[in-house]
Design a protein around this ligand. Structure first.
Ligand code: FAD
Length: 572
């Protein structure tokens, strides 16, 4: 059951306390409560997802991402790599976490990405082959809401219809734009090959978008893992508006640290929730390191400077922060089949919204993107610039290009298309730290964007590839003009364009990273236990040692599915 007020909770002592009812936390809550002997409390700082139209209707996602109650409203520190700009660091403040307010793009990444996880943690359980059953436990493949013929748009063999979270091809189909994109892959088959299914472990090429949408509605961890068939379990309690400040009641046995519970704030008062078995931190890549640091787990020097007693000297807490810079290009086009009118003209928007309300179909039943391409840098270009390959392996992309018809700031009355670009394997690293001993002060977020030359180089090469894509003959009568013309810029000017326009893909990971059991760096062991502690695990995107060459929700779900299994096996 979901509770809004701590006074309504039957008690504050549970077998497991999960901090954060986000993407990963709700998976863990669902899987642990499959065992009726386990009692679970989820503490979520944010608000309910129930009835939040902007979260339910896929096409309204942008409204969720403005400063509001669904957001933590964080900003990074000024980024030297972005010419001193600071950028928003979007983090959800709603049940379901980022899965309830993200872009719904469903991309698993490459097999290489997970095989690299296995290598750097020394645990083959994190490899692609061993994780595939967990992807299948998560995914419930669902027909698109418009029931269009999906032949040739995906490979059923790499999907599961039996999981929990809906994934589908887009139900808002843009045939004219899509025909052009697919035709371009035929005209440029070596640089832009068609890939039937980017979620097979081999993503390279261009394929049809898959998203976490079912029946024209967002499928989040709140609507799926806490759906009606699960949320009434007597052993599953979720408390909203409960912001955890720190771990409390520390004790030591045989040199190992453990905590009796967690402290949280609700309605201006502090409470303590106790966990008999384990506390599981699932507060995400910003929340989790913040809670660790305020609990005295982190770099002793930095904690001492803030007068926080160090209980566990783990210098890696909050370090290794990795996010993908993203920026875009747009063109006006000679077609009236784009999203622009829906967002530029109130009457068209009302029609689209009425259609969605009637049947969950139409332009608002999907996101603007129709296709994604996953591309590699030229190995000779990499080498001649003195760079080594930053990707996880030969089947992994360096560059993402997401394509869609419209809504790219086209002049009023005109129609546009966009190509969004992301640098997938940045070498730049940032951090999530604190500058106050008050746990309710915002953390200090530094995404470290574009500090390493290879990251800027990757962005520049991506632009060149995109410009070549739109030189395919099929675009000749379709494209009118670039919205911002970067076609004749020098390399230096392109670099400035990137530094002045890049923002965050909101794929922050790695701030409490996994490492091998004996490693002297890292925050958790491969079984997700915090090093040097017992009864304390981390299960969320902060444990990724590297950012996958993808959007990060599928990886967050799969880490949570396996993480929950590890916890269950330890206690059953
Ligand atoms: C705007 C945006 C768009 C994105 N788009 C995509 C996309 O299209 N596709 C994709 O694959 N990925 C996308 N991502 C990334 C992806 O959604 C995240 O990587 C993933 O969901 C992270 O899951 P998590 O469980 O680690 O954290 P979260 O889902 O963020 O969960 C953490 C939860 O903990 C709660 N919390 C934090 N601190 C506390 C505290 N102190 N006390 C109590 N509760 C707390 C938060 O409120 C939140 O609910 C996007 C992310 C954002 C922000």
């Amino acid at each position: 059951k979901v509770y809004e007020d701590v006074a309504q909770l039957p008690g504050l002592s549970y077998d497991f306390v999960i901090v954060g009812g986000g993407t990963a936390g709700n998976v863990v809550a669902n899987r642990l409560t499959e065992n009726p002997d386990f009692s679970v409390l989820v503490l979520e700082a944010g608000v309910s997802n129930e009835g939040v139209t902007d979260s339910i209707v896929p096409g309204l996602v942008e409204s969720l991402l403005q400063p509001n109650i669904y957001e933590w409203n964080y900003t990074t520190v000024p980024q030297p790599g972005l010419n001193g700009r600071n950028v928003g660091n979007l983090r959800a403040h709603i049940l379901g976490g980022c899965s309830a307010h993200n872009g719904m793009v469903y991309t698993r990444g490459s097999a290489d990405d997970y095989n690299r996880f296995a290598t750097v943690t020394g645990d083959p359980g994190w490899s692609w082959d061993r994780l595939l059953p967990y992807f299948f436990k998560n995914e419930k493949w669902t027909p698109p809401v418009d029931h269009h013929d999906t032949q040739g748009q995906y490979n059923p063999a790499v999907h599961s219809t039996k999981g929990i979270n809906s994934v589908s091809l887009s139900g808002s189909y843009w045939p004219i734009f899509s025909r052009h994109v697919i035709e371009a892959t035929k005209q440029l088959p070596s640089d832009w090959p068609f890939n039937l299914d980017m979620n097979s472990g081999k993503p390279l090429g261009l394929g049809w978008l898959q998203s976490t949408i079912g029946g024209g509605m967002r499928s989040s961890s709140a609507t799926s893992y806490l759906g009606p068939e699960f949320i009434n379990r007597g052993n599953l309690h979720v408390l909203l508006h409960a912001q955890v400040s720190k771990l409390v009641d520390p004790s030591r046995a045989n040199g190992t640290l453990s905590f009796g519970g967690v402290q949280f704030l609700q309605g201006g008062k502090l409470f303590t929730a106790r966990a008999a078995n384990e506390i599981i931190l699932s507060a995400g890549s910003v929340g989790t390191p913040g809670i660790l640091l305020h609990s005295g787990i982190g770099d002793e020097v930095a904690l001492t400077a803030l007068k926080i007693p160090t209980l566990l000297d783990l210098p890696s807490v909050g370090k290794n922060a990795t996010d993908q810079p993203t920026f875009g290009l747009g063109w006006t086009v000679n077609s009236n089949q784009t999203l622009d009118p829906v967002f530029q003209n109130a009457t068209r928007f009302d029609e689209a919204f009425a259609e969605w309300n009637r049947s969950h179909t139409g332009p608002l039943s999907g996101i603007g993107t129709t296709h994604i391409a996953w591309l590699r840098l030229d190995p000779e270009e990499l080498a001649s610039n003195g760079f080594t390959d930053p990707s996880a392996g030969p089947d992994s992309p360096h560059i993402e290009v997401f394509l869609g018809p419209g809504d790219f700031g086209a002049p009023p009355g005109s129609h546009s298309i966009f190509a969004g670009i992301a640098v997938l394997n940045p070498l730049s690293r940032g951090s999530v730290t604190i500058n106050s001993s008050d746990p309710f002060e915002s953390p200090v977020i530094d995404v470290g964007f574009l500090q390493r030359d290879i990251d800027v180089f990757t962005g520049r090469e991506a632009i060149k590839k995109v410009l070549n894509f739109f030189k395919a003959p099929i675009w000749r009568d379709y494209i009118i003009a670039p919205i911002v013309d970067v076609g004749n810029l020098t390399d230096d000017a392109l670099d400035q364009f990137i530094r002045n326009s890049a923002s965050s893909a909101a794929h922050l990971v790695g701030t409490a990273a996994m490492s091998t059991k004996d490693a002297r760096y890292g925050v958790v062991n491969p079984d997700l236990r915090v090093k040097g502690a017992s009864g304390l695990r981390i299960i969320d995107a902060s444990v990724f040692p590297f950012v996958p060459s993808a959007h990060t929700q599928a990886a967050s779900y799969v880490i949570a599915e396996r993480g929950a299994d590890i916890v269950k096996k330890a206690w059953e």
